[in-house]
Each structure stands twice: as structure tokens, then as C-alpha cells.
Design a protein around this ligand. Structure first.
Ligand code: ZN
Length: 117
């Protein structure tokens, strides 16, 4: 991949990373505030624990995504960005454009999802 393209994807990944970090910090803050609010009664507490579970699920998703983005940035550093980490085929530009953090080509991704990889 030429340097210009690589820079382009790198910028996208870095922007995505910042977004995720902001999102995670905000969600954690909301979780803490839900905890510290002394005015909540029992019904609110139930709602609160639901909210916290939801928030937790959300940070969990964000963190998994963050890991994928970090791995992709590592691959840029190691000069192996843009190829499938499983079969080492070059990833399609269209796929990288949509999901620049993906480590797999479509074929391997499908195998992955079917538990075959
Ligand atoms: Zn592959």
C-alpha cells in the first residue's frame, strides 16, 4: 500500500480511537454519577442497575472496538496493514474504507463468524 493511502487510513483510525476513548470516559462518568446520586429511591435504583448494565455493555463494546483499532494501528507500524492476518491476502479497498480496523478479509471473517477459524 502506498504511503498516502496508509496515512489516510491511519488518520481515520486515530480519529476513531479518539472517539472511542471519549465515549468510554463519558459512559464511565455516567455510571459513577448514577452510583453517587443520593436522591434515588428504590424504583430508581432498579432502573439504575439496568442503566448501569446497559452502560457496562456499551463500554464493553467500545473497548472491544478500541482493541481492534489499536491492533490496526500496530499493523500500520509493522508495515502489514491492509492484508488479512489469517490468509495474508490483500484486503479490498472498499472493505478498508468501510471498516479500516478489520483484521480479516471477507472470506476469513465469514469463517470466523461460523467458528471455523
Ligand atoms: Zn483472509
Amino acid at each position: 500500500m502506498d504511503k498516502k493511502r496508509l496515512d489516510y487510513y491511519k488518520k481515520k483510525l486515530v480519529a476513531r480511537r479518539e472517539d472511542l476513548l471519549r465515549g468510554i470516559a463519558r459512559t464511565e462518568q455516567e455510571g459513577r454519577e448514577a452510583d453517587e446520586d443520593p436522591t434515588v429511591d428504590l424504583a430508581d435504583k432498579a432502573a439504575n442497575s439496568y442503566t448501569k448494565e446497559f452502560l457496562f455493555g456499551q463500554t464493553h463494546n467500545d473497548r472491544s472496538m478500541l482493541q481492534l483499532v489499536d491492533d490496526a494501528l500496530d499493523r500500520i507500524k509493522e508495515n502489514c496493514f491492509g492484508e488479512c492476518i489469517s490468509c495474508h491476502e490483500e484486503l479490498q479497498q472498499k472493505r478498508l474504507e468501510a471498516v479500516p480496523w478489520t483484521p480479516y478479509c471477507i472470506a476469513c471473517q465469514e469463517k470466523m463468524e461460523q467458528g471455523l477459524l
